[in-house]
Write a protein that binds this ligand. Structure first.
Ligand code: NAD
Length: 498
């Protein structure tokens, strides 16, 4: 049995709160270990360590700082398979998908190596007589990240990479459901030469999250998780005077135009809808064929593909997807399928009864597919976060476009078409933060920003890309004049450029 504690002051430490919870192995339903749940006092220890270490880290020149990130990237390559194995066992996703989770995180660390450029300020010579104006970007100090279970490597790295490169100290509160990889990430950073205290990991639940939100030494909080918690964290963090960005849940639509190549579309849809058992904030959970003839062609090809999806344990490299993260998640998702049937949707493929031979206690279900879903149904309005795809039939393009536009969430969306005009119109008019044109999961590359609209994102700045450096730094503007430029006499009117 593994006992996960915290990572404070450059090393693993045991929890002292006396509170802990089980960490499961979803593929066989066994208890893999326990994770300590931190108290406010344990958070304070992490903050004190971070506060003590941050000034020297910030004073180091940015090129030396990013050399630590480069070394970290090298060490992850050395330990890739070990990390992927921990991730797959604690999350449940397949080993190949676990490797991708790590890789998408590393890509943001790679781009963070550009910090010396991203941190550059501006300079204006002779802005007034004898006056020069310049700006500089400075780190915020101690910052924190609170992350979800579904990408235990990628999302922590999206935050840690730019925050550290910019000279901050970081406190990570990862999901209590899969804490193994975040703790290994912290260890690898120390091995890469990061000074002790610059990166700390506190495990825990609401108690430590509230302590983070209220702690006056923590200057910014980045959150990723479900929308109700995102709203709570945004409101409480802002009320405490922090800089806060929160990314929430999703309901991502794929619009399928009559001219789309149906084989390509179905290939894209099956991976985006059911990969990682649908536990991705960018998973496609709603397919919108335009016109009845398109819908019928789609269903004809889609049903056999959903029926033949290969569900398997996380260690099976040939599986399409693995188990759900917990028994509660499995029950919740099956509950949504029951609800869809009650609401009158047509359950074209029913995966509720699936059992994985040899892994009967694992948290598995097969892929489910609903047809004739309508916009008033709860299975359409709410995020299910499981291997369940809903087909909403639209009469025409305008009706299809209105669906994502009117939906509460606005994370990702895709259109499949061969018509450049339709695609261009869609990209311009759709009220969603990330758009794919014949790309089902349009997670932007690391040097563009990632963020949803409406109830999928709260705050002004996105994750990664240029926004990450804007979020983790503050701008200082200096107006300077040297004695030779100073005119005699006091000035009582506001200085202007006249
Ligand atoms: P979650 O909201 O349950 O948990 C996220 C984090 O918040 C965890 O660290 C958890 O410990 C903490 N938390 C949970 N309940 C809390 C409470 N009452 N008070 C304070 N903190 C609390 O989310 P999850 O189940 O871990 O992750 C799945 C959700 O995350 C889905 O809704 C998914 O769409 C979303 N997600 C969004 C994005 C995005 O970029 N928009 C990315 C990944 C996941």
């Amino acid at each position: 049995m593994i006992e996960y504690g915290h990572f404070i002051g450059g090393k693993r430490v045991a929890g002292t709160s006396g509170r802990k919870q089980n960490v499961m192995q979803p593929m066989d339903g066994t208890v893999r270990g326990t994770v300590a749940l931190a108290s406010t006092q344990e958070l304070r220890a992490a903050v004190e360590n971070a506060k003590a270490a941050q000034p020297a880290w910030a004073a180091m020149n940015p090129q030396r700082r990013v050399r630590v990130l480069m070394k970290f990237l090298e060490l992850v390559q050395r330990d890739y398979e070990e990390l992927a194995d921990i991730l797959a066992r604690e999350h449940g996703k397949t080993i190949g998908d676990a490797r991708g989770d790590i890789q998408r995180g590393l890509e943001v660390v790679e781009v963070s190596i550009g910090a010396p450029h991203m941190m550059k300020g501006e300079f204006t010579d002779n802005a007034g007589s004898g006056i020069d104006t310049y700006s500089m970007r400075q780190p915020l100090g101690v910052v924190a990240g609170i992350t979800p279970f579904n990408f235990p490597a990628m999302i922590p790295l999206w935050k840690i990479g730019p925050a550290l490169a910019a000279g901050n100290a970081f406190i990570l509160k990862p999901s209590e459901r899969d804490p193994g990889v975040p703790l290994r990430i912290a260890e690898l950073f120390i091995e890469a030469g990061l000074p002790a205290g610059v990166l700390n990991v506190v495990n825990g639940d609401k108690e430590v999250v509230d302590a983070i939100l209220d702690d006056q030494d923590i200057k910014a909080v980045g959150f990723v998780g479900s929308t109700p918690i995102a709203q709570y964290i945004y409101a409480r963090g802002c009320a405490a005077g922090k800089r806060v960005q929160c990314f929430g849940g999703a309901k991502n639509h794929m619009i399928i135009m009559p001219d789309a190549d149906m084989d390509q579309t179905v290939d894209a849809l099956i991976g985006a809808g059911y990969g990682s058992a649908g536990e991705r904030c960018m998973a496609i959970s709603v397919a919108v064929p335009v016109g009845h003839e398109t819908a019928d062609r789609l269903m004809e090809k889609l049903i056999p593909r959903v029926e033949s999806l290969k569900v398997g344990p996380s260690t099976d490299a040939s599986a399409d997807f693995g188990p759900l993260v917990t028994k509660e998640a499995l029950e919740r998702v099956k509950g949504y399928v029951d609800l869809g049937v009650k609401e009158g949707a047509t359950l074209a493929v029913d995966g509720r009864g699936f059992k994985m031979q040899g892994y009967e206690d694992g948290f598995y279900m097969g892929g489910c597919l609903f047809d004739n879903v309508t916009a008033d149904m709860r299975i359409y309005k709410e995020e299910i976060f499981g291997p369940v795809l809903s087909v909403v039939r639209a009469k025409n393009y305008e009706e299809a476009l209105a669906l994502p536009n009117d939906h509460e969430y606005g994370n990702g969306v895709a259109i499949f078409t061969r018509d450049g005009d339709a695609a261009r119109d869609f990209a311009s008019r759709v009220q969603v933060g990330m758009v794919g044109i014949n790309v089902p999961i349009p997670v932007p590359i690391a040097y563009y920003t990632f963020g949803g609209w409406k109830a999928s994102g709260f705050g002004d700045l996105n994750q990664h890309g240029g926004d990450a450096f804007r979020f983790y730094t503050k701008t200082k503007t200096v107006t300077s004049r040297w004695p030779s430029g100073i005119k005699d006499g006091a000035e009582f009117v506001i200085p202007t450029m006249n």
